[in-house]
Every structure is written in structure tokens, then in C-alpha cells.
Design a protein around this ligand. Structure first.
Ligand SMILES: [Zn+2]
Length: 185
């Protein structure tokens, strides 16, 4: 009873929104599930971390080509769960419940090294000398807010945070700006 009273109070004061305006209702996702770079699991996995990456297409003149980036993933047998193009469109490449091969040899701050099993990976299409677009920041913040509302996420980290010395992405990523967007309603 006490808990229900508290929840009602929070709803009344606007601190909890009903499902119609939940963080995930704000997010538009285009399903584009890939046939590689992921595996299903026998039991539900505990998603404790969100890992932010960046990728670009090194094979054609268009560094920002989604098809080109996906071809590179296919050649390497990898994929993140989501990729965000320069216009801010979010594509789902692997279902959340699948393990996606995105983190590689890496370590979370709590010492766990089975990072792929514990995380969701999000790629932003960007090069080492460009910056993410405003649309990408906005879409990323919406997606991360949604995922945090659905899973017991302890960490939102860059690939370079969990694989220092081996990985340098996400490149030119403004964490202050991103944190500011995350805090906005
Ligand atoms: Zn990465």
C-alpha cells in the first residue's frame, strides 16, 4: 500500500510518466537485423553496460555510407546492436537479447571481461577527423534513455574506456554535451 501511495504521488507530481510518454516512445528505430556478428543466448542476459563506438567506411569515397560500414562489419564478422547514421536515423542491427560482437577484448570498471555478454553496443557513423552531428547526439541520447529505462544499466562508456590502448573510439565525442542531453526531459 505504501509503495502504491508513493508511486501515485510520483505520477501526480510528474516524476514518473505513464507509458504513453515513456522514454522509449520517443525513439524511432528502423529494424535492419543482420545475419552475422551476433548469437542468441539460452537464458535472458543481464544488460549492465552501454558501449558507444564510432565507425566509418574506409573502402569508398563516402566515409559515411551505411552500406559501406555494414560491408566492413560483414567482412569482420562483427556488429553493434544499433548504428546511428549522420542524419540521426537509428538502425537496429541485432536484437537486444542477442550477444553482439562489438566490444572485443575489453574490461568493465567492475573487472568483468565478458563485455559482449553484458552490454549493448551503439555505433555512431563518424570518422577520426569529423565530429558526430547534432542529430546523432539527439538520437543517441534518446536511445540511451530508453535502454536505461529497460535494463539495469550501470555504465555508459566509450569503447576506448573499456579497451584503452587498443581502441580510441568514439572519436571526437563530446561527453559533456551528451550528458546534458541525457539529463533533459
Ligand atoms: Zn569501437
Amino acid at each position: 500500500m505504501f509503495l502504491i501511495a508513493i508511486i501515485n504521488l510520483l505520477i501526480l507530481t510528474g516524476q514518473i510518466h505513464n507509458t504513453a510518454s515513456s522514454p522509449c516512445s520517443e525513439v524511432k528505430i528502423v529494424n535492419h537485423i543482420l545475419k552475422w556478428g551476433q548469437e542468441t543466448t539460452n537464458r535472458p542476459r543481464k544488460i549492465e553496460a552501454i558501449i558507444i563506438h564510432s565507425s566509418y567506411n574506409a573502402l569508398t569515397p563516402d566515409s559515411f555510407s551505411l552500406d559501406g560500414v555494414l560491408r566492413e562489419y560483414k567482412a569482420a564478422g562483427v556488429t553493434p546492436h544499433y548504428i546511428i547514421d549522420r542524419q540521426g536515423v537509428i538502425y537496429r542491427l541485432a536484437p537486444d537479447e542477442n550477444i553482439a560482437y562489438q566490444a572485443g577484448k575489453s574490461r568493465l570498471p567492475d573487472g568483468h571481461t565478458d563485455v559482449n555478454a553484458r552490454s549493448i553496443g551503439i555505433e555512431i557513423i563518424n570518422t577520426t577527423h569529423d565530429s558526430p552531428t547534432e542529430a546523432q547526439y539527439v538520437s543517441l541520447a534518446k536511445l540511451v534513455k530508453c535502454l536505461k529505462s529497460e535494463y539495469p544499466v550501470k555504465y555508459v562508456l566509450g569503447h576506448s574506456d573499456i579497451a584503452p590502448g587498443r581502441k580510441t573510439d568514439p572519436w571526437n565525442f563530446d561527453w559533456k554535451k551528451f550528458d546534458g542531453l541525457l539529463k533533459q526531459n
